[in-house]
Design a protein around this ligand. Structure first.
Ligand code: XMP
Length: 511
């Protein structure tokens, strides 16, 4: 099946995935590729347009990435953003200069004339600038299309060649009409048809999976998270009972989660879903363990062993489903960075399961697209918008040793927090929110009695991609309600604190 494609060439800017997501959201399939992708690869992808992203470099740095003039001569429309715009000017003979002061923040920009990118945008509006260098002289054949007080070529282009450069960032929400500008580039300049919709994607994937799998046997590790839920549902649509899902109940899930997963997928959808009850084994293996990395390793290893045992009962399988999504694919193409935490995502399963092929039905999708596919497939908002939960689940939200008592206290406190966030209508604004049980006890007075009980910490962050995060400014009244309810309703908790640390220096999870 063929979709029109836009290639986004990545020059290392912080908003690069955001650009790709915006393009997809506008109904055009796009891929994010490294900026040094060979010209031949670009040609063979036959894209309807190219976008050069921003990046941290100056075109004059010795090590800064460049672009072959050949790419600009392919006759494919190009939009360069920030560094990408400077690179276009520099490559085609214009002049880029180092400004005395960096420009950072909201600026008003004005169009000089109507052009293909200006449709539906007022003559003056607000854009988001973040740069030091700027384009002073344009290459031959190019003209200024818009300017700001301090940036003479905020937008420039050559309508004949369909090559444009924009100094500000249309992809960020602070640029009022940024989405419109991108839409104009895609539809008015590149001739996009808008053939990338999640309804089409779901239908096509089901057909593709059916053709690939045929009568083969498929195995899927179901965690209940949105990725594995949507991946399993797609495969289930395609091959029905030839799919077997295994849900490892490690006893560390949030309140009512295992029951919910069984209710939705087994009873509701009729999926062949096996629950492996391994709570006792996990608690036993974690007894006395307090080190976060050790907890992660124990849980990761045992998870694989339990899954392997269940899979053996099923017999030989042909395919193993993985919930890999596009950001994982992009990340895995990059260099190695320091291990902060040993994330576990059923990553070790392919080593212990005997199968012919891995199936990754979501590897082309961003998270927001996975959610849309889920809704197309009839999954509930609750499942599709479920809070991300790390593989080791509550074990790394319990500081110190994991015990049955601490698990029960945390589950109840966490459920109250989630309930109140939902009641306040904040579920979409806050990226992730959960409770932690600290390893501290403090003195309290409840009724007329002295208590000496656990401190519960609340963690809530806003984020785009979990790489960086800020603590969420939850209204005090909501925090007050959560605190009152936890200290009244939850056993063994007499104090609630709110975590006001960003990432970095902290991480989102506490362990
Ligand atoms: P941190 O704590 O590193 O978390 O700032 C970033 C995001 O990753 C999630 N997380 C995990 N996800 N397996 C996962 O699948 C893990 O072991 C794991 N540890 C952390 C965390 O919840 C946050 O969304």
């Amino acid at each position: 099946m063929f979709h029109q494609t836009v290639l986004v060439l990545d020059f290392g800017g912080q908003y690069n995935q955001l650009i790709a997501r915006r393009v997809r959201d506008l109904g055009v399939y796009c891929q994010l590729l490294p900026c040094d992708v060979p010209v031949e690869q670009i040609k063979s992808a036959a894209p309807i347009g190219l976008i050069f992203t921003g990046g941290p470099n100056s075109v004059y740095d010795e090590t800064s990435p460049h672009i072959s003039p050949e790419v600009l001569a392919l006759g494919i429309p190009v939009l360069g953003i920030c560094y990408g715009a400077q690179l276009i000017a520099h490559t085609l003979g214009g002049e880029v200069v180092h400004a005395e002061k960096s420009e950072y923040g909201k600026r008003e920009f004005s169009f000089l004339k109507e052009n293909l990118l200006s449709g539906g945008i007022p003559q003056k509006s607000v854009c988001w600038m973040s740069h030091t260098d700027l384009v002073r002289e344009l290459p031959d054949g190019f003209e200024t299309l818009a300017f700001t007080a301090s940036c003479p070529n905020a937008l420039f282009g050559c309508e004949e060649k369909k090559i444009y450069g924009v100094q500000f960032h249309p992809e960020v929400a602070h640029t009022e009409y940024g989405n419109k500008l991108l839409e104009n580039f895609l539809y008015a300049v590149c001739g996009a048809k808008g053939d990338w919709t999640m309804k089409n994607f779901a239908q096509e994937q089901v057909e593709k999976l059916r053709a690939l799998i045929g009568n083969g046997k498929v195995l899927c590790a179901m965690s209940g998270g949105v990725d594995s839920a949507v991946a399993a549902t797609l495969v289930h649509r395609a091959v029905g009972e030839n799919l077997t899902c295994v849900f490892v109940d490690h006893g560390l899930h949030r309140k009512d989660e295992p029951e919910e997963i069984m209710r939705v997928f087994k009873e509701g959808m009729g999926m062949n879903l096996i629950k492996a009850d391994a709570g006792e084994r996990f608690l036993g293996a974690l007894r006395g363990v307090t080190d976060p990395e050790q907890k992660r390793h124990i849980i990761g290893d045992l998870f694989i062993r339990v899954f392997e045992q269940e899979a053996k009962k099923i017999g030989k399988v042909d395919f193993l489903v993985q919930g890999t999504i596009y950001p994982d694919v992009i990340e895995s193409g990059k260099g190695k960075s320091a291990v902060i935490k040993s994330h576990h995502n059923v990553g070790g399963l392919p080593d212990v399961i005997d199968f012919k092929q891995i199936v990754e039905p979501l590897r082309d999708l961003f998270k927001d697209e996975v959610r849309k596919v889920g809704l197309e497939l009839g999954l509930s908002e609750e499942i599709v918008w479920r809070q991300p939960c790390p593989g080791p689940a509550l074990a790394i939200r319990i500081m110190g040793e994991v015990t049955r008592e601490k698990l029960a206290t945390l589950r109840d406190a966490d459920a109250i927090f989630r309930e109140e966030i939902a009641r306040a209508g904040l579920t979409r604004e806050i990226w992730q929110y959960f409770a932690v049980i600290t390893d501290s006890k403090t003195v309290g007075v409840q009724g007329d009695f002295r208590t000496y009980e656990n401190v519960i910490a609340l963690r809530a962050v806003t984020s785009v991609d979990a790489m960086t995060a800020d603590w969420a400014r939850i209204p005090f009244e909501v925090l007050e309600r959560v605190s009152t309810r936890i200290t009244n309703e939850v056993k063994h908790a007499n104090r609630v604190v709110y975590d006001i640390t960003s990432k970095p220096p902290a991480t989102i999870e506490w362990e």
